[in-house]
Write a protein that binds this ligand. Sequence first.
Ligand code: G1P
Length: 301
Amino acid sequence: MDPKHRVRKAVIPVAGNGTRFLPATKAMPKEMLTIVDRPVVQYAVDEAIEAGIEHIVFVTSRNKSAIEDHFDDTPELISSLRLAGKSHQVSELERLLPRPGAVSFTRQQAPLGLGHAVWCARDLIGNEPFALLLPDMLCYGMRGCMAGLMDLYNETGGNIVAVEECAPEETSKYGIIGKGAAVRHGFAVTKMVEKPHPSEAPSNFYLNGRYILQPEIFDILARQERGAGNEIQLTDGMLRLSETQSFHAQVYNGRTFDCGSKHGFIEANVAFALARSDIGGLVYDSIRNLVVSHEAQMTAA
Ligand code: G1P
């Protein structure tokens, strides 16, 4: 692939205020809530790196400095861990430290919507294609969702989105696409609608928060009017871009947890804990015991 079409950078929007998790998010960014022992945002960064991304642009907002600190070095902590002989923790901290200069931060000054947040990254991305990962949507599978999108992108170029199927009555929670002709690892996108009522949804394939986009999206977003929820919607901008450029979708073959909801967040914690070799067995036993005693209480009530 021509180097100018290579996807080197990713945007991770982390500007949302997390009101659904108050009071936990009163003084802490929602992206720092933990799934087992890592903050939610770390999973999106790891997925981007697995897909070959070299530079990450975070779009932040006020009160998000903990995210910046999380991706910085901690020399005092590392030397005290070394002194205490905790080499496993040292290597974990060293593994998650980005290369110097490989992360940038810019601020979305007002909560005007996802389309506006992505547009705020335009100068840091420049005139090249980029990956976009919404960290609330936590992808769980053998292989990262973004790595799969990269494979499709290497075949088709253009713009790529990841999709999954939702229950027909849930279309008004997501961006929904229309399904066109099949290509080798995906299919063409015929339509994109943000949060349609089930009666107006072109399918039940929803955008799960993973995208590869061409830089022409920025000019479109600069002029994009407010849409669903009175916000500047990325989906509306992508629909405009699809009038002049190709859009393909790939069905993610893992599972995505919506960690923006309490139920999805707890479900993700359970799923990731069960998959861990260190604590999976203990967690499995605890859940089984909890379910048994909960059912006994329900029957007695
Ligand atoms: C955003 C997108 C939507 C997508 C969703 C995935 O919506 O606008 O198209 O399906 O993320 O979580 P939000 O969750 O910000 O309302």
